[in-house]
Design a protein around this ligand. Sequence first.
Ligand code: ARG
Length: 437
Amino acid sequence: MKLWSKGFEPDKMIEEFTVGADRELDLRLARYDVQGSMAHIRMLESIGLLTREELDVLLEGLSEIAETIERGEFTIEEGVEDVHSQVEFMLTAKLGEVGKKIHSGRSRNDQVLVDLKLFMRDELRKVAEATARLFDTLIALSDKHKDVLMPGYTHLQVAMPSSFGLWFGAYAESLADDMQMLVAAYNIANQNPLGSAAGYGSSFPLDRTMTTRLLGFKDLHYNVVAAQMSRGKTERAASMAIASIASTLGRLAMDVCMWMCQNFGFVSFPDELTTGSSIMPHKKNPDVFEIMRGKCNRLQAVPNEIALLTANLPLGYNRDLQLLKDIIFPATTEMIECLDMAEYMLRQMRVRGDIIDDPRYDYLFTVEEVNRLVLSGVPFREAYRTVGREVQEGTYRPVREVHHTHEGSIGNLCNPEISRKFHATLSQMGIKPEETK
Ligand code: ARG
């Protein structure tokens, strides 16, 4: 059964190959498809293509389908191509002839576009909310552990004192940058493509401003060709924002894996959050952070996958675009899962308080010593040489104290400023701090 049936049934193998995973993936679009159809028919009524009575009957029919979707009972039947066909078939089966009127002035090309824009908008909001929950936890942990020192490394060699306050806060502020990318992706998704129809508009006097308002889009994709071109671009922008978050989170996961290693032993987790080995009885492995690292690395490949899938496609709709769903749908889900898992784990992470008492970290404090001499009037280069000589001769004795006071340093983390920055960006998506709790 096809919307485009012309009296013959397509070859079964052709059908399976072209429909692919759509009947399953499209379930995630169902609620948006109904939302888009409701806006479209309201508009059709306003321009005289449906009567008031027809509109009421159709809205009632679509509301019932929406309820089926919300109850989780909606399926795309065997032999039905996609969600757009399923909704139209259900409506026609229920209401008869009037059901066949909803498709005037649109195409599945702009229908799937509008579904995807609405879907991406919601998904990006969920990603933003999960990011905000992790951000708030990082800031809280940074405040809590602000006095716990740890070694800072350069070239993976012991370098200068750092702290858990700095470490947690660093990832928080890095997420504030990622949030800028997310807002950009959100703004790109937040534009109405409906009315572009097959990709070249319609001879009906469609009121696109009205559907923009009804669907709560911030703006229109005015040019109908540009609207069609946004298929792929929207997903690409979203995937780039996700890749940016994933690169931050992947690094955090790596730090945790390394610090759980016995050679470091900086952090640990309750036993039930670790995993074991089938042969080595003593093992408490950081599998959670390894899976997270792997997933975050894989997420960073998504923009490339999308770029290659859409590279140099001829203008207008091409069926290749359908495959974008296979890529971006699991990516948003995986990103949210990783963010939630990171937040869950970090809340339970134990931080060792006496790390820097270990003599192997003595040299962390050489710069502190140099700076002390400078403050007492010795020129920097001379102070540097003096302490260098002490290290060389084995007479250097560390004073395990740090007095860092400038903005963003161990003693002055500026977490309120970082929070303000993050939440100001988040608010551009209309999300208030209390909504992410
Ligand atoms: N499943 C299709 C997609 O995701 C829907 C649009 C189909 N349009 C077409 N002309 N074949 O792209």
